[in-house]
Design a protein around this ligand. Sequence first.
Ligand code: PEP
Ligand code: MG
Length: 539
Amino acid sequence: MITAKGQCVQKGIAIGKILIYRKPKPRILSEKITDTEEQLRAYRDAKEEAIRELSYMSEMTEDKISKEQAMIFSAHMMLLQEPDFDHAVTEEIVQRHHNASYAVYRAGEDLASFFATVKDNPYINERAADFRDVTDRVIRKIQHIDDEIRLPSDPVILLSDDFSAQEVAGLNPSQVLALVSAKGSVNSHASILARSLGITALVDTGIAVSEKYNDRTGVADAIDGRFLIDPEEELLQEMYEKQKTFLDSRKELEQLIGTKTETKSGKRVSLFANISSVLEAKMAQRSDAEGIGLFRSEYLFLNRQNDPSEEEQFRIYKAVVETMNPKPVVIRTLDLGADKQDQSRTGKEENPALGVRGIRLSLDHPGMFHTQLRAIFRASAFGNVGIMFPMIVSKEEVEKIRTMIDDVKEELVKEQIPFTDPKIGVMIETPAAALISDELAGLVDFFSIGTNDLTQYTLAMDRQNAALPVRQNVHHEAILKLIELTVQNAHKNKIPVAICGELAADSALTSYFLKIGVDELSVPVSAILSLRKWIRSQD
Ligand code: PEP
Ligand code: MG
């Protein structure tokens, strides 16, 4: 028996025959050529074919998964259409008389190494891998190498060194029991797609992929992060049991779809979801979330060179709002900074968690903030929208926000663009906000307590620092006191209060939250049904 440890990408247990997948590798030899025209034609035909294929992948992914995931392929298409790239390949062929495959390889490598060595810009560095992916695709086309994964009709566990996003997107999930790779990371595009398709997956198993494993029995245990080959009979039976327990508990939780979130004595609380993409909104809807309590909009701004335009933001907010309609969707404005670093705007800060983050950054960049407010207001015409603001510490900030909102509304009226009047809320995630919650409550329509930051700022313990025992202190009396004070002040001023930090899903505190009168708990999508189950079991 072989055992390898890996990281879980998508929870599940898969048991079945292993199929090894090896990427067909093109041969890249440098040859001096005389017929430059022929090589140029081979390169251009291959590039066109690669673009057509990427465009098809993009459409298919949009249909099967989501617009955002499809953007991986449109981004690859754009890289291939880069004039610099075309220029470099043409020069390799015409000036240096290199064959087409080698010319593409050289041009791709030069650009990729340039991207890889740009300092302090992980986004650009990651584009190096994208460049290698797309040039590989063109070279395979030049050499007429077929790179589709062919699967047998009986589903298999697919084992490979690594999977690319293209390979995962092309899979039919009903033919794959699990994806297991030797390398890879949990947050790669390939992993994101595997999750979106609901395929059980493990990465980073370090296994030496060999054809000798073909047809042998594999177990991908993506609950405890293990991959087993030829497990002994006793262990195999144990795995079948574990798989059954996993599937039964998932089915049992699904029975709760459509039921109320209330205790046995009829005490109710709204159970909302925290999301950061349209895809997650769809998952939240499927998991029967009663609304979206926190849409972390900053994820639309991360990992890209330019900010999303008003139109792009509007389309994404609208898609989320329409997915949930008529249920409420609370969109939180940009919370960049701290662990969601944005050095292009803040510069290098000594203490980013105490620096220009959240609302401070938005108020410092009124153009960007204005664009985001316009996009959210426009989306409000398509459903039930609320807006909330992160990292508030003062009444003055709320007053400035109110003025900007009035300007946006006035503009939209003038331009005859429809909108409804979204409810305006603030996050209570600094001790300052909790302590002045009585005053803040008079200025807004709702509160949402962000316990992740409230904890780090109250205890003066960096939430990013694994050496600090933040986790053991989450029930610290000081935090509970601040939560209680916030709830009292909200209710005194007749506004509702939600909790949207991780603590909202902590079942050890659920009864306490219900007792002090929290109106809404907003939790990760995966926690919705299990928390409902817990609440329904309480007196
Ligand atoms: C929080 O701080 O609790 C919160 C919900 O916001 P984030 O985790 O995005 O900082
Ligand atoms: Mg926060």
